[in-house]
Design a protein around this ligand. Structure first.
Ligand code: NAD
Length: 296
């Protein structure tokens, strides 16, 4: 079993590190927040005094941080302290450009690296059923896979450096757009006197079928586990959806891709977030969609 340094023990990183402990790895963990460190300690991890001391002697280093600037800052600090031949895995959702820069920093220190953002939310992090989208060289992917398999159930090698982040933001752009589309359909159905269940029964087995409808339905009833049945408690917060849609727009602008619906979805989530709904589940966007009635 490996010695794994885990940096960033928040909503996702905390349970992911706990799953590595459960799998029998020696986990040395660090987070800036004391409460996260003590939770990791009670989950069986050893706690380091800093990121740099966590990585000393580790075979594998995992980072799960908020955004690109945190990742670049932590990687810059820790890379000189990581043993040659070790592997560093970046699981946060960050911009493609920062992901590529992080890979370049690792290569300069002779450390193998992989970007491996996740899908599956906090439920998937706890249940070890995340999907990992990986970018990096074949050898680094092969080394990362057995570690990622202890935290997830589907591990996909998407291509070279940054390809995992590219796949993640493309997927979440589909998700943001499709959640708005499904919300619009339910809002229209309500105005037309069609019941939620009737629309669900038809669309879930017809060409309107999609994950936002069948697994995460934005109205209560048809999918009992969806956040709509729990007053839109996240789940996946609207602020995080806005973050991912913004990353997609940044990437589209940099690459010269046309994504008009992605841009509109970003604007809609921006308005929702600015109205104080950043902590609401992203499927709560249906409330915003309904509130637009008569305004457009
Ligand atoms: P979070 O804010 O709960 O956790 C981030 C943690 O990083 C915090 O505990 C923070 O203290 C720590 N941190 C920040 N800077 C640090 C530093 N310099 N050194 C050590 N620790 C530091 O966020 P989260 O929900 O766990 O998400 C983490 C990443 O995963 C984000 O990029 C997010 O977009 C992505 N993600 C989240 C979800 C979700 O449902 N929450 C789903 C998929 C992907």
């Amino acid at each position: 079993m490996a010695t794994i340094a885990f940096i960033g023990l928040g909503n996702m990183g905390g349970p992911m590190a706990a799953n590595l402990v459960k799998a029998g790895h020696k986990v040395v963990a660090f987070d800036l927040v004391e409460a996260s460190r003590s939770q990791a300690k009670s989950d069986g991890a050893a706690i380091a005094e800093s990121s740099v001391s966590a990585v000393k002697g580790a075979d594998v280093v995992v980072t799960m941080l908020p955004a690109g600037k945190h990742v670049l800052s932590v990687w810059t600090d820790v890379l000189p302290a990581i043993s040659k031949g070790a592997l560093i895995i970046e699981c946060s959702t960050i911009d493609v450009e920062s992901a590529k820069q992080a890979h370049a920093l690792a290569a300069k220190q002779g450390v193998a690296s992989i970007d491996a953002p996740v899908s599956g939310g906090t439920g998937g992090a706890k249940a070890a059923t995340l999907t990992f989208m990986c970018g990096g060289e074949d050898k680094a992917f092969a080394a990362a896979k057995p570690v990622l398999e202890k935290m997830g159930k589907k591990i996909v090698h998407c291509g070279g450096a940054g390809a995992g982040q590219a796949a993640k933001i493309c997927n979440n752009m589909i998700l943001g757009i499709s959640m708005i589309a499904v919300s619009e359909a339910f809002s229209l159905a309500e105005k037309l006197g069609l019941s939620h269940q009737a629309l669900f029964d038809v669309a879930s087995t017809s060409s309107g079928q999609c994950w936002s409808l069948t697994s995460y339905c934005p109205v209560p009833g048809p999918v009992p586990a969806s956040p709509a049945n729990n007053d839109y408690k996240p789940g996946f917060a609207a602020a995080l959806m806005l973050k991912d849609l913004t990353l997609a727009q940044d990437a589209a602008n940099a690459a010269g891709a046309a994504t008009p619906l992605g841009k509109h979805a970003q604007e809609i989530y921006k308005t929702f977030d600015a109205a104080g709904n950043g902590g609401v589940d992203f499927s709560g966007i249906i409330r915003h969609v309904r509130s637009l009635a008569g305004k457009s």
